[in-house]
Structures are given as structure tokens and as C-alpha cells.
Design a protein around this ligand. Structure first.
Ligand code: ADP
Length: 218
């Protein structure tokens, strides 16, 4: 059966999630307190309703019980975000993703039992900062507080050498998990694979190790 989603709060973040899920053909219930926000999504989401998510009865009447994954994208109103998460948790929703405003908010959301807590502004800021530091860093994904994955253009320092020559694992403690070459992706490349300047490497490791790798080879 098709997975059903609900997005609570249709600001920039929630709105963007709602649009993208709908574009991918997913069943999405969009909900916001404000009528004009809801009107914007009438033709985009499967259902769009004006409601206050802190009202447990309203969520029950809307059939939230049957929804597989709820995204709580309430902005500044931290209290409403926490109360909504708590109600959803008590209703037994299997997957709850919540946007956190700050570390304190995140801590409480984790205690309440949110399955996934996201900080879009903070995370995007980090990704852009890495991209600004080096034009060769194409993308950066945080795996945990101290581990990440970076997507990096091989460039002239690495071009023409094999993974053995560069000895990235021993020298920097990072692993090249894949190489993107034109339209191909070489997953788990062999140590003897010769890197081309135009390749894009996907590197995983501890932040401190990736940072040394970036300084020396990128
Ligand atoms: P962003 O930073 O992603 O743009 P906003 O703060 O602009 O976020 O948007 C949050 C949205 O959440 C607003 O549209 C607001 O009306 C909605 N919202 C706030 N509290 C509730 C609530 N209790 N129930 C439903 N929607 C809410």
C-alpha cells in the first residue's frame, strides 16, 4: 500500500517538503492554521486543511492515526511544535520528523520521542560553508556530530593517480566509497583504480580527517 504523509506547518520548509512529496506522487495531507497558506496547497497536496495541530481531537478526526509519516514543520512556535509531536507520539504515529529551532528544542523533541529531528538552516549553512571553503567540494552531508560524507572534484592533485598512490585511508583515515565518472558510478572502487581529474569522489570519514584530506588533496 502507498505510504501516506502529513505535513504540519506550511512555511518555507514545510511547504517545500509538501511540494516535493506531492511532485513525487505521494499522498500528502497538508495542514496549517492559516487559511492563505492552506489555499496555496489546495491544488498541490492530496488534501489541504485549516486546523490547529495542538488540538488532539482535530488530528483524530482528520484520521492521522492512519498516516505513516508526519513532518512537523512549525516554525517559531516551539511550544506548539512540542505539543504536536507529543500528541502524534501518543497517537502511535510510526515516523515523526520535526524541524528544530535550536539545540534546546532538539533535546526535548528527542526526549518526547521524535524519530528524526532536523535543523535545515544550520545544516544548509554547514554545507554551503564547505562549498565556499573549496570550489572542489560539491556537497557535504553530516552523518553524526563528528562524521560526514563529502562529494569532491578530484582535480589536478589527484588526477592520474590510483587510490593506492594517494593512500587516502592510511594517510587521512577516510574512505573513498564511490567514484562518479560521467554518468557512471563506481561503487567501492578497487585500490588500483586510476582517478581522472574530472572524477567526483564520495569520501566518508571523521570530520577532522576529512578536513585534513580537504586541505592537502582538494
Ligand atoms: P519557515 O521558517 O519554515 O518558513 P514558518 O514559521 O514561516 O516556517 O511557518 C510555520 C507554519 O506553521 C506557519 O504557516 C504557521 O501558520 C504554522 N503553524 C504554527 N503553529 C501551528 C499549529 N498549532 N497548527 C498548525 N499550523 C501551525
Amino acid at each position: 500500500m502507498k505510504k501516506e504523509f502529513a505535513v504540519i506547518g506550511l512555511g518555507r520548509f514545510g511547504g517545500s517538503i509538501c511540494r516535493e512529496l506531492s511532485r513525487e506522487g505521494m499522498e500528502v495531507l497538508a495542514l496549517d492554521l492559516e487559511e492563505d497558506k492552506v489555499n496555496e496547497y489546495r491544488d498541490i497536496a492530496s488534501h489541504a486543511v485549516i486546523a490547529d495541530s495542538t488540538d488532539e481531537n482535530v488530528l483524530k478526526e482528520l484520521g492521522f492515526r492512519n498516516i505513516d509519516h508526519v513532518i512537523v514543520a512549525i516554525g517559531d512556535n516551539i511550544q506548539a511544535s512540542m505539543l504536536t509531536t507529543l500528541i502524534l507520539k501518543e497517537m502511535g504515529i510510526k515516523m515523526i520528523t520535526v524541524k528544530a529551532q535550536n539545540d534546546y528544542h532538539e533535546k526535548i523533541l528527542n526526549k518526547i520521542g521524535a524519530d528524526q529531528v532536523v535543523h535545515p538552516e544550520r545544516d544548509m549553512g554547514k554545507r554551503i560553508a564547505h562549498n565556499i571553503i573549496s570550489n572542489n567540494i560539491l556537497d557535504y552531508i553530516e552523518l553524526s556530530d563528528d562524521h560526514s560524507v563529502v562529494e569532491v572534484k578530484a582535480g589536478s592533485k589527484m588526477g592520474g593517480q590510483t587510490l593506492v598512490d594517494l593512500d587516502i585511508r592510511a594517510e587521512y583515515g577516510c574512505n573513498v566509497v564511490a567514484i562518479k565518472r560521467d554518468k557512471d558510478v563506481i561503487v567501492s572502487p578497487m585500490a588500483t583504480e586510476e582517478i581522472r581529474e574530472s572524477d567526483v569522489l564520495i569520501v566518508i570519514g571523521a570530520d577532522k580527517d576529512i578536513s585534513r584530506f580537504e586541505k592537502n588533496l582538494v
